[in-house]
Ligand binder design. Structure first.
Ligand code: SF4
Length: 318
């Protein structure tokens, strides 16, 4: 399968985890080896662990060049977006080509499920930072929170991440997403903690739900509970991820874009994909504005027929 979209490259966007990040999205929406209950991209429609090129290496490099020439001050060039980036079988070639034209560090956000494949681990060796996620360590909880594709196994995933740690010279920042009533039991958290000790990441980043998820019965845990986990895991380098809530934190903030978003949503509820189509901006870029507008109680998110819609704050939609 090949695909063509308007924006393989997006941003730069400010990221709590990565500073100022230029995004590269190598995957057709929404192609993933998992269907995490908290996924901000919505439900996985192309459920696979089979790697494909999807888009030519030259196309990505040519699309990227103008962004590098703009004199952007970037902390990272980051592979993320509409699914699992390591499903792109050319990611290693793309990383190698970027290294030849840019000094900016390269980060890869991954769910880690393909790391049991030696060629995937090999592909990531030339990057500077890999950010795998690990929300569960038992099959039961993994199935509940990450809903894996056929052939994806949590024990193989963990083994793959541990192997990668021993082969990789760059940094690993591990994200753990905690959902209330799913993976926040003392028992599972203790097992996750023990597994992280074996992985030995440079950072552990705790996260919880901050906007409507792909599945509507998912609940976040409180900030106090996150603090408590951080305190209990004091032998690990833990930090808690918080979202951007202020305009001044958005690089190249555009009042026009903010007004466009507001004016459009006031007229009719839209999904993030509708909005992306209308504005030509990538979902992850739009979310920065949406977070600010939501914080100011101008818009909110609501699940209607299993889809996340953006609606004006006051409007009640049944
Ligand atoms: S791994 Fe990432 S993209 Fe895939 S379903 Fe989970 S959160 Fe979404």
């Amino acid at each position: 399968m090949s695909f063509k979209k308007n924006n393989y490259i997006f941003g730069p966007v400010p990221s709590r985890r990565l500073g100022i990040s230029l995004g590269i999205d190598l995957i057709p929406f929404k192609t993933c080896s998992l269907d995490c209950v908290y996924c901000e991209c919505g439900r996985t429609t192309n459920f696979t662990r089979i790697r494909k090129p999807f888009v030519s290496v030259d196309t990505i490099i040519e699309d990227l060049k103008p962004y590098l020439n703009k004199n952007n001050k970037l902390d990272y060039i980051t592979f993320s977006g509409s699914g699992e980036p390591t499903l792109n079988s050319d990611i290693g070639k793309i990383i190698d080509r970027i290294k030849k034209i840019s000094d900016t560090p390269i980060a890869v956000l991954t769910n880690g499920t393909l790391m049991d494949d030696a060629s995937v681990r090999q592909d990531l060796l030339n990057s500077d930072l890999v950010l795998p996620s690990l929300d569960a360590v038992t099959a039961e909880i993994f199935n509940k929170i990450n809903r894996p594709a056929k052939g994806v196994n949590i024990l193989n995933t963990i083994e793959g991440i541990i192997k990668f740690r021993s082969e990789y010279m760059g940094k690993i920042w591990l994200e753990v997403f905690i959902a209330s009533g799913i993976n926040d039991s003392k028992e599972e958290l203790s097992k996750i903690h023990n597994t992280i000790l074996k992985i030995k990441p440079e950072k552990v980043q705790l996260n919880t739900l901050d906007r409507p998820p792909a599945y509507d019965n998912i609940k976040s845990i409180t900030m106090d509970k996150l603090d408590q986990i951080r305190d209990e895991w004091k032998d690990l380098p833990v930090e808690i991820i918080k979202r951007i809530k202020k305009r001044e934190e958005i690089l190249s903030f555009s009042k026009n874009l903010e007004n466009n978003i507001l004016n459009t949503i006031i007229r009719r509820p839209l999904t993030i994909d509708d909005l992306s189509e209308l504005t030509g901006k990538h979902n992850l870029e739009l979310y920065k504005y949406i977070d600010v507008l939501a914080k100011e109680k101008k818009i909110r998110e609501k699940i209607i027929n299993n889809k996340i819609f953006l609606i004006p704050f006051e409007k009640q939609i049944k």
